[in-house]
Ligand binder design. Structure first.
Ligand SMILES: NC(=O)c1ccc[n+]([C@@H]2O[C@H](COP(=O)([O-])OP(=O)(O)OC[C@H]3O[C@@H](n4cnc5c(N)ncnc54)[C@H](O)[C@@H]3O)[C@@H](O)[C@H]2O)c1
Length: 416
């Protein structure tokens, strides 16, 4: 059976659904080898990608154009001859922290319209263990009247890419794969092995692969929360947390996590997916919940610390504040759930004149004062929030030249 199916599937008519940080490199890599169509509902994104422009600045024109067989479209009927569908749409949370499955459901429904017998659907979006089989696959079965593991197959292969990180890229990060049965597992393994040089790890089930992904990010969240808790303790003791961590890190098994803001669409979001599942089985995990709370409050914590300094130096005067960095992490343009916004809001509400400068943002930002040019001797307070290489290269002296003589300088990332 494998051989017969493989003949058809290995023709590998691939579709990648959702061409963002995860989907684009996947589409490019598969498109270097196989007939691949990238699909996205965002027409502007499609228009730009067809010109070789990636607005996230992650991938160059040369890289995108290097994909010989890749076609990019927003028309779902262009996917009707595909045999392999890979879903890479966002899985965010609502304001009340509940998981928002709408993109996942919408993408699945669109695919169901053109999905045929003998096809494979693989999910890459981060979910909780069970979501693929509880929500997505039933949609395909209901809409197509096909039966999973008889008429079609499915799998789950989480993504580990790290935007802004030029070292860890799709091809050189080991990838977890899983399939709905042994047959699907083999096909999916072989498929990904064609592009992942670091190799693939076959998880024994879809649920295990889903769980593995979500805990990778939860582990980071909890470790950063611990570093943040230490920061709060040592701040009160007038001790430098960064120096303490540096010293402790000389032990072979000490984990090197630094305090800071935890934003973005992964670390600060994925724990809520597992917490959602826990609620359904009447579990109330303690560490995961507290870790989230600690990290979510860090914007307020830093703001309070800086405000104390402002009060003592400037009393009730309204001052000019420069925030250096707005993206949720260094060296990328991603601003989703950026916690820098908490600091901006805090000082804006206190009626200070707050400006943000971020060399990675080349788009309009609603609701914040983004400056493109910095004036010398202008600011009373400068706060570094993101460790962009740009700021490191700029240097402390140059950065301080934008501040007045009696300034407050607060470097959250301890770059300098
Ligand atoms: N960005 C990362 O570093 C990263 C790493 C690992 C895993 N993930 C996970 O991968 C998934 C995708 O994340 P991302 O960062 O690539 O998201 P993204 O927002 O960068 O891109 C998603 C793309 O999907 C498109 N889209 C949304 N709904 C769609 C639909 N119904 N049909 C077709 N296209 C649709 C959007 O227009 C967008 O272009 C998420 O589950 C995320 O948690 C992300």
């Amino acid at each position: 059976m494998l051989k017969k199916y493989q003949k058809e599937i290995i023709k590998n008519k691939i579709a990648i659904i959702g061409l963002g940080y995860v989907g684009l490199p996947l589409a490019v890599e598969f498109g270097k080898k196989f007939d691949t169509v990238g699909f996205d509902i965002n027409f502007d994104r499609i228009k730009q990608l067809n010109k070789g422009i990636d607005s996230t600045k992650e991938f160059s024109k040369n890289y995108i154009k290097s994909s010989k067989y890749l076609k990019i479209t927003n028309q779902i009927d262009k996917l009707s001859d595909r045999t392999i569908f890979i879903i890479t749409v966002p899985t965010p949370i609502y304001k009340n922290k509940k998981p928002d499955f709408r993109n996942l459901i919408d993408a699945t429904k669109r695919i169901a319209k053109i999905f045929k017998k003998k096809s494979i659907i693989i999910y890459e979006s981060t979910v909780y263990p069970g979501l693929t089989e509880e929500i997505c696959i039933p949609i395909i079965e209901k809409k197509t009247k096909l039966i999973a593991n008889k008429d079609f197959f499915y799998g789950y292969s989480p993504e580990r890419i790290n935007p802004g990180d030029k070292k860890h890229q799709l091809k050189n990060i080991k990838k977890i794969v899983s399939g709905s049965n042994g047959f699907a597992e083999k096909i999916i393994k072989r498929l990904y092995e064609t592009i992942i040089q670091a190799g693939v790890y076959v998880a024994p089930s879809v649920k295990i692969a889903e769980a593995a992904k979500v805990i990778e990010n939860i582990q980071r969240d909890i470790n950063v929360a611990f570093a943040n808790e230490l920061f709060k303790i040592f701040e009160k003791l007038n001790l430098n947390t960064f120096e303490i961590l540096k010293a402790a890190n000389t032990k072979w098994n000490f984990l090197n996590f630094q305090p800071g803001l935890v934003g973005g669409h992964c670390i600060g979001v994925d724990p809520y997916y597992l917490l959602h599942k826990c609620k359904k089985i009447n579990l109330k995990p303690k560490i995961i919940t507290v870790g989230r709370k600690i990290n979510d409050e860090m914007g307020l914590h830093y703001s309070n610390l800086i405000n104390k300094k402002i009060k003592s130096q400037f009393k009730n005067k309204k001052i000019k504040i420069l925030i250096l960095g707005y993206t949720f992490k260094e060296n990328c343009s991603d601003i989703r759930n950026t916690k820098v916004h908490d600091i901006y809001e805090y000082f804006n509400k206190k009626k200070h004149d707050v400006h943000i400068y971020d060399p990675w943002i080349n788009f309009d930002l609603k609701g914040v004062k983004l400056v493109k040019k910095l004036n010398k001797n202008y600011y009373d307070c400068v706060i570094i929030t993101v460790k962009h290489d740009f700021f490191i290269k700029l240097g402390k002296k140059r950065i301080l030249s934008y501040a007045k003589r009696n300034n407050i300088f607060y470097d959250i990332k301890k770059i300098f």
